[in-house]
Write a protein that binds this ligand. Sequence first.
Ligand code: CP
Length: 313
Amino acid sequence: MNMKKYTNITDVSNLQEIIKEAILLKMNPYEFQDLGKNKTLVMLFFNASLRTRLSTEKAAKNLGMNVMILNVNDAWNLEFEDGTIMNANTSEHIKEAAQVISQYADVIAVRAFPSLTDKKLDESERIMSSFIKYASVPIVNMESATAHPLQALADAITISELAEKAKPKVVLSWAPHPKALPQAVANSFVEMMQNMDVDLSITHPEGYELNQAITKNTSIHYNQEEALKDADFVYVKNWSNYKDYGKVLNQDENWMMTKAKLGKAKFMHCLPVRRNLVVEDAVLDGENSVVIQQANNRTFSAQIVLKQILENL
Ligand code: CP
């Protein structure tokens, strides 16, 4: 393994090996506590977080790293365009900022959500790409405009831990939500599952197709009940419309996950989740919910990624 950054799941070259190693780290989290000695992780948040912030900090500290966290909205407004006359709201260009932060950090982790108003801009991954371009240290994606690879790796670890058959049936099921949410979690989950030995399908209302460059030939069902039949894992997630970009065009409560629909399948969600809107209480409070285990695995997905990066510094 030769991981120099982790901004997309394609940065993982041997998924099965990395999952196995993450599960070993979970059993012995302090085994590599000297690896990160005198190394610093700088975590930059353009957006809110609970799990990513705490689990990534915990992962870094398990490896003996120092951690510094900056809520970017508390710092200078950053400029990302080249050649701009900076006479408006931006005070510092990403070119200087990324180079300066690189002097304080051995690894930089970035969370930067999409605008959900400008598809082209979001798909250019302007913030993540700028850090990759101008920073001189490895970059970790803590959820960007189009991807959430640390979450997807935690999801893969969770499924590997819980699968009771060689090729489990995994269904990604859209759910209603009043706010426009990114496609990032769904995108990375689909890409991750395409690299696992699972029977993957996606179910959502007609018109809610994700980026076809990501879903490729993954089977898509508009009939949720049909899609959920004999599922082993059901991953529920809302995303806003991709075609009519960022719009909330459907809030049909019939798409909410219920205990009856879930059947014997394990229930997965990246959290945070809105109760009785995305999923009913009986599911989240029931024995088939694995969301807490999933959130715990965020630590070990971050830890295996940081370990691989530190070994390549
Ligand atoms: N799942 C996830 O990324 O949670 P946070 O947004 O709280 O970090």
